[in-house]
Design a protein around this ligand. Structure first.
Ligand code: FES
Length: 105
């Protein structure tokens, strides 16, 4: 299982092994990551699962879909260059070591 690390602006750092196929929004909730709410349950309707992908992981994380792009414009903390909605990121072996920042938390 890949290990994912979330870092918040307040300095918290949480790392967890995430089963392949699980979304990184679900994993954040399961591990008590501040700032990730996932209000819509992952249906691309709330933008409360906002994360910023570490520069080194942008290629591995892939590109947002058109629908995700639209929702990214609504994130509360303001969109950043590597912003993603973590309900659209699924754990897989290629993301082992991934670092995500949680803006505004
Ligand atoms: Fe609502 Fe990701 S959980 S957009």
């Amino acid at each position: 299982m890949p290990t994912i690390t979330w870092k918040t602006e307040s300095g918290a750092e949480i790392s967890a092994e995430v089963a392949e196929g699980h979304t990184l929004m679900e994993a954040a909730l399961a591990n008590g990551v501040d700032g990730i709410l996932g209000d819509c349950g992952g249906s691309l309707a709330c933008a409360t699962c906002h994360v910023v992908v570490d520069d080194a992981w942008v290629t591995a994380a892939g590109s947002p879909t058109v629908l995700e792009e639209d929702m990214l414009d609504l994130v509360e903390a303001g969109r950043r260059p590597n912003s993603r909605l973590s309900c659209q990121l699924r754990a897989h072996a290629g993301l082992d070591g991934l670092v995500l920042y949680v803006p505004g938390a």
